[in-house]
Design a protein around this ligand. Structure first.
Ligand code: SAH
Ligand code: SF4
Length: 416
């Protein structure tokens, strides 16, 4: 697997489009950029602030919703600005109405998946609304258990397209009386560190524009070592989730093909340096595949690595995907794998794959946001509990539960 870092700025390559011909995306314009744009149209600087405020208003789906601006200016701006670079093709509600799975169309007709999930406040923990974003259309890494990997890489997303998935999800949550977005995880389609520039720029925009602190942002990677090292130098305390899946090179070469050129020793050293540089605790993702990476030997080795790096482990029983004979192990095997980890003193959470809407096609998006079950010291699992997510307001839970699984929107809004 060749090492690859795809620069994807505001204008991601869109087949058949001349890049220079597109007006700037609103999400990526900073205050100065907005002032320059409005100034060029003969408008005063305070109009720029009004437009800037509209970016994160969850009810503003298009320029025509920005009522603070006069109608004439809104019409003129249409030609000078892309208000949003993604549009909702469909939204599927699942999980008692607390999960919204969006299919988003980009300007060139490519689609990516975005998931929003809310967790009600409980006890002293505040409610959350987490959005899981895609950074690429497809993925070049080619992990054999992953539906996105099977697509191959079509292209990377631009920073605006990543940010606009969060805006679109915020708008969808708002329509259902949910939100605002509190957390973002880069666990959708694609390898975020292969779309490094777009990932980094989007994290910065979310932190400044949407006030989502980098500490509430998680970037998941299959292990692109040079990019992890670069990210460690950016001074951004984002949480890094490493998709480990195997604790020996022999097995990881098969499960995460990138490992053939960036083996475990290098990856773990880079991850360790990342944790030291940012002060953030690492987490390891482990897609548990029956008969493949569920042995006691792998569990023991994973426990050794996790303890050495003080990492948290998330075990995700594999979601079956079309074209792969693999699946999750039988429950007793999973339990024994998990017990080996907890007995070694490793902090483990399990993402439950039950109760989900089977037609919500993207296995990994679903897995990334599914309710988690905590593993008790005796090896049994707690009731499903959602983590990384937001609040349902009183009275909404029952209403949304009745709509669980319902397809709530359809149709492709006009692309800008
Ligand atoms: N490319 C990045 C981020 C996107 S994948 C990465 O690999 O980390 C997000 C998570 O979903 C990863 O941990 C990935 O291994 C996991 N995943 C992919 N396919 C899956 C499946 N079929 N079942 C369970 N988890 C899966
Ligand atoms: Fe790419 Fe992540 Fe899927 Fe592997 S698991 S193919 S890195 S999206």
């Amino acid at each position: 697997m060749r090492e690859m870092t795809t620069a994807a700025g505001d204008h991601a390559p869109a087949p058949g489009r001349r890049l220079g011909s597109m007006p700037p995306a609103l999400s990526t314009l900073d205050d100065e950029g907005l002032r320059r744009l409005l100034g060029g149209l003969g408008e005063p600087a305070w109009r720029a602030r009004q437009l800037g405020d509209a970016v994160w208003q969850p009810f503003a789906g298009s320029l025509s919703d920005v009522r603070q601006l006069p109608g004439g200016l809104r019409n003129r701006l249409e030609a000078h600005l892309r208000f949003i670079t993604a549009s909702e093709v469909s939204a599927t509600r699942a999980d008692g109405g607390r999960t919204l799975k969006l299919l988003c169309a980009l300007a060139d007709g490519q689609t990516v998946e975005t998931v929003a999930m809310v967790t009600p406040a409980r006890g002293s923990s505040r409610g959350r609304a987490t959005v899981c974003v895609s950074t690429q259309v497809g993925c070049a890494v080619g992990c054999p258990f992953c539906a996105t990997g099977m697509l191959g890489l079509r292209r990377s997303c631009s920073a605006a397209e990543v940010v606009d998935q969060v805006r679109l999800a915020g708008q969808a949550l708002h329509r259902h009386g949910l939100g605002p977005v509190t957390h973002v995880v880069y666990m959708g389609m694609g390898e975020p560190l292969h779309a490094y520039d777009a990932t980094l720029a989007s994290v910065r925009i979310l932190a400044t524009g949407a006030a989502i602190s980098p500490r509430r942002i998680t970037v998941s990677t299959s292990g692109v070592v040079p990019a992890i090292e670069r990210l460690a130098r950016e001074g951004l305390p984002v949480t890094l989730a490493i998709s480990l899946h195997a604790a020996t090179d022999e097995l990881r070469d098969r499960l995460v093909p990138l490992n053939r050129t960036q083996p475990l020793a290098r990856l773990l050293a880079a991850a360790d340096r990342y944790a030291a540089a940012t002060g953030r605790r690492l987490s390891f993702e482990w897609c548990l595949i029956g008969g493949v990476n569920d042995s006691r030997g792998q569990a023991r080795e994973l426990a050794r690595i996790a303890r050495r790096l003080h990492a948290h482990v998330n075990v995700i029983p594999m979601n079956r995907i079309a074209g792969s004979p693999w699946g999750p192990p039988p429950p007793p095997v999973s339990r024994s794998f998990l017990r080996t980890l907890t007995e070694a003193g490793v902090a483990v959470t399990v993402r439950d794959t039950r109760g989900n809407d089977a037609e919500a096609a993207c296995g990994q998006l679903r897995a990334a946001l599914e309710p988690r079950r905590e593993l008790r010291p005796d090896g049994t699992l707690s009731a499903p509990r959602r983590t990384r997510t937001g609040s349902l307001r009183p009275g909404e839970a029952a209403a949304s539960a009745s709509e669980a699984g319902a397809r709530v929107t359809a149709g492709v809004p006009a692309q800008r």
